[in-house]
Design a protein around this ligand. Structure first.
Ligand SMILES: [Zn+2]
Ligand SMILES: [Zn+2]
Length: 239
């Protein structure tokens, strides 16, 4: 919200970055978060105080505060949100902002706008759906990971599994991933190495297990991947 010149207080510096509170509003590629964060960072570094505000203090300004905490303290999105909500319970960025903050976290807090340009899925999705490709979550040993049978590269982890079709089914549904090569004619999902991993239904389909409609539907056949089970789960860390 822009404060008119005549209403400004002396000895206070004002910064104004216009952005719409819409879920399809980009805040990464257009640098809104990075520019706002930089201002907060500069002020805090010099021992000054900052008031971050928008009209209702729920979505836009909260996103700035959250991204600043993520960047400066390496908080996860959930930790940063929790922190902000502890003093402002109504804090609630819109879904599009949240998904972009999640992406920011998964991109290792990269402040380079061009890193985010490739993330809009170039499929004919309705414009209001903001779909982002995910990176496989880091190669952590305490979660189950899936590797490409052909090239052995890490594809995804259990954190990217969006739906299990049935308990004993050998197919899983996953989030859109950065390495995907989708063929719109055959609806196949391939790894960048060329290995065929499964298929997708752009507009989703009904799950035979739970009868719910799932969209997007990106199905990976477990026969095409190597499942590397969690190594640490069986060790007992409890006293
Ligand atoms: Zn591969
Ligand atoms: Zn289901």
């Amino acid at each position: 919200m822009k404060i008119a010149e005549k209403d400004r207080l002396v000895n206070i510096r004002y910064f104004y970055y216009p952005v719409l509170d819409l879920q399809e509003q980009d805040v990464l590629v257009n640098q809104f978060l990075f520019k706002s964060m930089a201002v907060v960072f500069e002020c805090m570094k010099n021992g000054n105080r900052v008031l971050i505000h928008c009209i209702s203090g729920i979505s836009r300004s909260v996103s700035v505060a959250v991204s600043y905490l993520m960047f400066s303290r390496r908080f996860s999105l959930d930790e940063a949100l929790l922190q902000v909500r502890s003093i402002r319970p109504s804090a609630s960025p819109n879904i599009g902002f949240l998904s972009q903050l999640r992406l920011y976290e998964r991109m290792g807090y990269s402040n380079c706008p061009s890193d985010y340009e490739k993330f809009r899925l170039e499929l004919e999705l309705p414009e209001h759906i903001y779909v982002i490709y995910r990176f496989p979550v880091s190669n952590r040993l305490d979660i189950t990971r899936y590797k490409c049978k052909s090239c052995r590269k890490l594809l995804f982890s259990e954190q990217n599994v969006s739906h299990k079709i049935e308990a004993f089914c050998d197919k899983v549904l996953i989030e859109p991933m950065i390495w995907m090569n989708v063929d719109k004619d055959t609806c196949s999902v391939k790894h960048i190495c060329g290995a065929k991993l499964g298929n997708f239904r752009l507009y989703g389909q009904k799950c035979k297990g739970c009868q719910n409609f799932v969209s997007p539907w990106i199905q990976i056949n477990e026969s095409a991947v190597d499942k590397v089970a969690c190594l640490i789960s069986n060790m007992n860390f409890r006293k």
